[in-house]
Design a binder for this molecule. Sequence first.
Ligand code: CU
Length: 299
Amino acid sequence: MTGLSFRLVQASLAALFALFPAAAFAQVGQPVQGQLGFQDSVTPIMDSIVSFHDHLLMWVITGIVLMVLVLLIIVILRFNQRTNPVPARFTHNTLIEVVWTVVPVLILIVIAIPSFGVLADQETVPDGERLYLGSAIFSGGNVEVPEPTLTIKATGYQWYWGYEYVDDGFDFVSVMLNDEQLATTKPDEPRLLAVDQEIVVPVNTTVRVLVTAADVLHAFAVPSFGIKVDAVPGRLNETWFNARKTGMYYGQCSELCGKDHAFMPIAVRVVEQDQYDAWLAAAETGDFTGANMLLAQAD
Ligand SMILES: [Cu+2]
């Protein structure tokens, strides 16, 4: 299937699901009812992942499914007991064994090559010169990304996240809102994803994320940014993102870490630079309530 026809199938199924009353579409940065594809991409990394999926993996998967289906039908029709009362006695066929070893290896190589490129992009923090694949993954890398101007350290705890704005010298913890808190403070935000204090970053800015954990393994992941990094106690992992669209983006801890693993979401609010500057000035003084009010007013 081409990217286009895949999207057509996606769109028609989405339209089908939209008939159900609970469906609410067009929300960026969070899962929606009846969703089939990825969350909308807002970073070069996620662009490359979406492109990799739409233009390569879907073809490979569809081809393999159809081939297996055809083989099954052939076996059912030609090699059933009725048409073969006397079973064949052979056990080996060198040619076919070579084929079913070599062909999957070739498929894996075809998948691996662009996949390594995406992985390298994810793991390499921009230096201002390196080119990134973005959605041009199959035509050669040509996406420029500026150097990071903001560094945030994310620490996984059982069961919440702590964030430190390394260069600005302040930190806070980010805890999921329970149903009551959600209803009273942030009724428009999604259940199990909304937190009391989200990360705030400016739009079109490269953000370096340092990821670690204080107790057990966790993982820092935000689907719309295409990032997922292990949080390992005693070790500092690194990734980055550069979001081109303002809005709220949600992720979740993605490494099983104990009983409340499902209840330590990640929320990133991407805002305009001037909003960010105002928020930062207030947040630096420790006045997060005031800082968040500034953002609420700007909305
Ligand atoms: Cu977890």
